[in-house]
Ligand binder design. Structure first.
Ligand code: 13P
Length: 258
């Protein structure tokens, strides 16, 4: 086991900058009291909170990295409302979530834009967390693995990246915010299929996360039996103790393997 665990908190459109600073400070305190040995911790606040959060992280010299939830694949220009990769790196942002299902379904982000964004992020040394996942109709159909691995292939075609730089997050749409996580068996089957698709792109070492109603209670089983490297967490990342509980659960799994 050479890959480290990874837990990413996606705050979505929650927390203004004052609340974001408060949560970051609480997290710094908890991580300092009980630092994970084998898990990387990333938080993804809304754009307007990014500088406040990176300032706290830098001032505290905390072991937390900061992600954006989205970015434009364009460099600059007349793209009202968009934010560029250079703007993010200037703020100390080192990761970006690409193609979250909420961006795909609500904001029409298609596979081509996901690929262009992944490519642009890698070129700027910002690590993409590429999101894939099926809706309920696909889950109930013949071959959800084929649907999801096609999304992986579309996002990574011709990328030729360092495996460490790329993360794939499997987030079944029906499990997001539903309180109903996928089962460890479903996650394992999908993770195996995703790893096979990654290997076809020379990315067998890349980390695979699961997202969708993850809590401190189901995290350990999903890592051990679902064979993921960690999580992309929504709701449970908005409170320091529940997010830290997930980090600890993942770290405990890794401790058992050391
Ligand atoms: P929940 O953890 O709230 O289900 O959200 C998952 C998610 O969409 C993270 O990106």
């Amino acid at each position: 086991m050479t890959r480290r665990g990874l837990v990413v908190g996606n705050w979505k459109m929650n927390l203004d900058y004052v609340e974001a600073v408060h949560l970051t400070q609480q997290l710094v305190t908890l991580l300092r009291a009980q630092a994970p040995a084998s898990v990387d911790v990333v938080v993804a606040p809304p754009f307007v909170d990014l500088r406040s959060v990176t300032s706290v992280v830098e001032a505290e010299r905390a072991d937390i990295e900061v992600a954006a939830q989205h970015v434009s694949h364009r460099e600059r220009g007349a793209f009202t409302g968009e934010v560029s990769l250079d703007m993010l790196t200037r703020l100390g942002v080192s990761w970006v979530i690409v193609g979250h299902s909420e961006r795909r379904t609500l904001f029409h982000m298609d596979d081509d834009v996901v690929r262009e964004t992944t490519r642009a992020a890698l070129a700027r040394r910002v690590r993409p967390i590429v999101c894939v996942g099926e809706d309920l109709a696909v889950r109930d159909g013949d071959d959800p693995e084929a649907f999801v691995t096609a999304q992986v292939g579309a996002a990574l075609a011709g990328i030729g990246a360092d495996p460490d730089a790329v993360v794939v997050a499997y987030e079944p749409i029906w499990a997001i915010g539903s309180g109903r996580s996928a089962s460890a068996e479903q996650v394992r089957a999908m993770t195996v299929a995703i790893r096979r698709a990654l290997a076809a792109h020379g990315l067998e070492g890349s980390r695979v996360l699961y997202g969708g109603s993850v809590t401190a209670d189901n995290a350990g089983t999903l890592v051990d039996d679902g064979a993921v490297d960690g999580f992309l967490v929504g709701g449970a990342s908005l409170k320091a103790d529940s997010f830290h509980g997930i980090v600890r659960a993942v770290d405990d799994c890794y401790a058992g393997r050391r």
